[in-house]
Design a binder for this molecule. Structure first.
Ligand code: 6PG
Length: 244
């Protein structure tokens, strides 16, 4: 599934469009008092989105009805520079009037297996004991090797079909992470990829370009079963896509 691809001039424009989609989806979910459950990606790309969301008029988003989760987390403490939670907290959450109970941090400070189990318990508590959690929106990035969340090529976590979240040892990075699994990600109503910068041009050609075989990469395995898949790609990352 290729999904809908939007080409935007730069990272700022990607962040702005992503914020607009976030607000739209939150309004759809919270109309008539429903909850908006979103999983944020880590890495550096979402920073522009977080800054935009941190500046929107508070009334645009019902943070009291919003549950913030993460697609993945590095196994570090929440105040560690590498923490995805810290990134979102510094740029967004610290600026919001959001109830602490609505922020469902992955406990990266725990031993990886325990942290993953705790996150699964939290997902079950919020989404129910049966079936797969169904996020309203999942925001993802793409690594240069085609990884997304913490689903890396040739790593067992890709094949996991039962667990909701699991620990992953990333040999290349010599670090542990905790990630949502593919079945959970693909059960979302909306999945939004944010991809910016020249370093992503080659992997984007592989994923979405003519002759590319995206299925080889975790990011190419993201296919929402019943939802929408949207790519927001800036000029630099789409360099090879627009040239045929
Ligand atoms: C993480 C992310 C990861 C990220 C990509 C892209 O924890 O690092 O979840 O999947 O989205 O590695 O990272 P950048 O946005 O920093 O390029």
């Amino acid at each position: 599934m290729r999904g809908d691809i939007f080409y935007l001039p730069d990272a700022e424009a990607v962040g702005l469009r992503a914020a607009s989609i976030f607000i739209d989806r939150s309004k759809i979910a919270t109309t008539a008092g429903g909850r908006f459950r979103v999983a944020l990606s880590g890495g550096t790309t979402p920073s522009k989105l977080f800054k935009q969301l941190g500046a929107v008029v508070a009334g645009d988003i019902r943070w009291d009805l919003t549950d913030i989760f993460w697609a993945d987390e590095r196994c570090v403490s929440p105040d560690h520079e590498e923490s995805n939670y810290k990134g979102a907290y510094d740029m967004l959450l610290s600026r919001l009037d959001i109830p602490p109970a609505n922020v469902h941090r992955i406990r990266g400070e725990m031993p990886p297996e325990e942290g993953a189990r705790e996150y699964e318990k939290e997902l079950r508590r919020c989404f129910g004991e049966q079936g797969l959690p169904a996020f309203d929106l999942v925001i993802l990035g793409v690594g240069e090797d085609g990884h997304t969340a913490s689903l890396f090529p040739e790593v067992l976590s890709l094949a996991e079909s039962k667990r909701l979240a699991m620990p992953v040892y990333v040999g290349r990075l010599k670090s542990w992470r905790i990630t949502l699994t593919l079945p959970v990600l693909n059960n979302s109503s909306d999945i939004l990829f944010l991809v910016t910068g020249p370093k992503k041009a080659h992997i984007m050609k592989e994923l979405l370009g003519k002759g590319g075989d995206g299925r080889k990469y975790p990011a190419g395995m993201i296919k929402p079963a019943r939802g929408n898949l949207t790519w927001l790609v800036d000029d630099e990352a789409s360099f090879f896509l627009k040239r045929g």
